[in-house]
Design a protein around this ligand. Structure first.
Ligand code: HEM
Length: 548
């Protein structure tokens, strides 16, 4: 021990200094250990609290970040399966809590009772809302997808009358027949003759793009042609859609700043919308000229949407502006561009794994064809509308494909990210919805829930759609691929006709074999594309045994 009253030697000083340093170090350690302990305790508390929340709310809720970390982890894997898992655990509805600084809070539901409430019973309480409209307005303007209230009602009414008119039906069936027989089948035949593999999804996308442009604009862009050319309008449309989707995953203030500064995805969007507008303006100008000068002999025969809307007047008795005509057409092209083709791609992928289903479809087609009075197996076969109608098993298989691989969860254009509650409300399952809450409904999950489809919900089973061999449709609030209520898909009947016609024409001629080891995964986009397309080989059928 050092005696403080005595004279200190240098070694005493050293000892003293050493003790002092150890003491300070001890104090320093004590203080930091306390901080460390506090940090550890806080962390344990937050972790326990968050995990407790997980039990109650489906996902852990972290301070500041809310459920964002789980969402980020979920996005890294198969997002659709991840959301389905969370929803199933939460009996079909859960409340997502976003970070404090974001507007990501929303209610996600896959409960058919809630769907009926949202899409039909309380339809006016769930409009598309300002957020949705603002995000897509540069591309969609005031078109049907983006409109609420009267603007929507007017377009819906006119388009609905048009979609059910015999002239329009003729246009759709004729245009499809031309495309399938003069463009699709020659392209496929070329593939078979050269023994090459193709991306069937790409071919089908080209088919439906050309088809919907013929219906909306009355113009054929020629995407599906030998050599599969790049068409600037199609490219611009695709780029514009992709860049618009980016806005849904970017904070509003950021994409707005990027738009102002003309940067990144916003720069691409501006450029591609310009391409879409130039094409639309040219078509509108030419059609106006054609109609006013009465040049074309078949002008009275035209029944595309553009011509129909050009002949109508707005609420002030004035012809619709060019901008509004452009919006109407762009929205319809968006509606019919990739929906049927992507559904068909998933259908062929499933068929590849279910040869029994393929055999049954083929048997049905052959039976129907054999009923023709003047059937000649050697002449090229073109299916008639009444034959397509009779293909119940094919319709069941397509519906089953739509159920199993239905459209993606975060599709802003499929309503899921759009409905904002106008007045406080309560879902039939008891979920409280405060005014302004965003509601997402998970179509993909609904197609795979045991509670909705039974124990065999994961199986591909067209038979579930048949009763006494006839196709039976399901409630729109259970099978939500086409939406329901007042906003039920306007093109549903046409989509089925288009898919059945194209599928039957292909299956009758070829066996579609997915290339071995081709990796099929969904892509985060407006519609649930296959990220790497659908690489297939086609094997020509020897048709003679089919008719025995
Ligand atoms: C398998 C094919 C298709 C599926 C699964 C499908 C699905 C849907 C869905 C879910 C909606 C609701 C979107 C919303 O309100 O945000 C919708 C609306 C619509 N669809 Fe389809 N669609 C298909 C094909 C088509 C086709 C081929 C056309 C037209 C050529 C079309 C025209 C429309 C239109 C115009 C709307 C807007 C209805 C409205 O808001 O009043 N659809 N579709």
């Amino acid at each position: 021990m050092i005696n403080p009253s005595s004279n200190l030697t240098s070694s005493d000083y050293d000892e003293l200094a050493g003790n002092f340093v150890s003491w300070r170090f001890f104090l320093f350690f004590l203080r930091n250990a306390q901080v460390l302990e506090l940090v550890v305790a806080l962390f344990v508390f937050v972790a326990i609290h968050s995990l407790r929340q997980k039990k109650r709310q489906g996902l852990p809720i972290w301070p500041v970040l809310g459920m964002l970390p789980s969402l980020v982890l979920g996005l890294r894997g198969n997002m659709y399966e991840w959301i389905s898992h969370v929803l199933c655990q939460q009996n079909g509805t859960f409340r997502f809590k976003g970070p404090w600084f974001s507007s990501l809070n929303c209610v996600v539901t896959a409960d058919p009772r809630n769907l009926e409430h949202l899409l039909k019973t309380k339809f006016p309480n769930f409009p598309k809302g300002h957020y949705f409209r603002e995000t897509v307005c540069d591309l969609l303007g005031d078109g049907i997808f983006n409109a609420d209230d009267e603007t929507w009602q007017r377009q819906r009414k006119t388009a609905s009358i048009e979609f059910h008119s015999s002239k329009f039906r003729l246009l759709t069936t004729e245009s499809l027949l031309q495309l399938v027989h003069y463009r699709l089948l020659p392209v496929l035949e070329n593939v078979v003759n050269n023994s090459i593999s193709i991306d069937l999804q790409d071919i089908l996308l080209r088919l439906t793009f050309d088809n919907v442009c013929m219906i909306a604009f009355g113009v054929d862009p020629g995407c599906l042609s030998m050599g599969l050319p790049q068409i600037p309008f199609a490219r611009a449309f695709e780029d514009a859609t992709e860049a618009t989707v980016m806005r849904f995953v970017t904070p509003t203030c950021i994409w707005k700043a990027m738009r102002y500064l003309d940067l990144g995805a916003e720069k691409k969007l501006k450029r591609s919308i310009k391409g879409v507008d130039e094409f639309a303006e040219k078509v509108i100008r030419t059609r106006k000229k054609e109609l006013s000068e009465q040049i074309s002999n078949d002008k009275k025969q035209r029944s595309d949407l553009l011509t129909v809307f050009m002949g109508l007047k707005d609420e002030n008795g004035q012809p619709f502006s060019d901008k509004f005509l452009r919006d109407i057409c762009v929205n319809f092209i968006l509606a019919g561009r990739d929906t049927s083709s992507v559904a068909l791609s998933w259908f062929f992928w499933l068929l590849d794994q279910h040869s029994l289903v393929e055999d049954k479809i083929l048997a049905e087609i052959c039976k129907i064809v054999k009923e023709r009075q003047e059937f000649d197996p050697k002449s090229p076969l073109v299916f008639r509308p009444e034959e397509i109608k009779k293909m119940d098993y094919l319709q069941a298989a397509l519906s089953e494909a739509l159920r199993k691989c239905s459209f993606c969860l975060f599709l802003p254009l499929r309503n899921q990210f759009s409905d904002v509650v106008v007045e406080d409300d309560i879902f039939p399952d008891g979920t409280v919805l405060k005014k302004g809450t965003k509601v997402i409904y998970a179509i993909y999950t609904m197609g795979r829930m045991e509670a909705i489809w039974g124990k065999d919900c994961r199986e591909f089973k067209p038979e579930r759609w048949l009763k006494d061999g006839r196709f039976m449709s399901e409630s729109a609030y259970k099978f939500t691929a086409f939406n329901g209520g007042p906003r039920l898909c306007l093109g549903k009947d046409f989509a089925y006709y288009q898919m059945k016609f194209a599928a039957a024409s292909i299956i009758y001629r070829y066996h579609v074999k997915v290339v071995k080891d081709h990796h099929v995964v969904p892509k985060l986009a407006l519609t649930m594309y296959m990220k790497h397309g659908l690489k297939v080989n086609l094997i020509r059928r020897d048709r003679s045994p089919l008719h025995t």
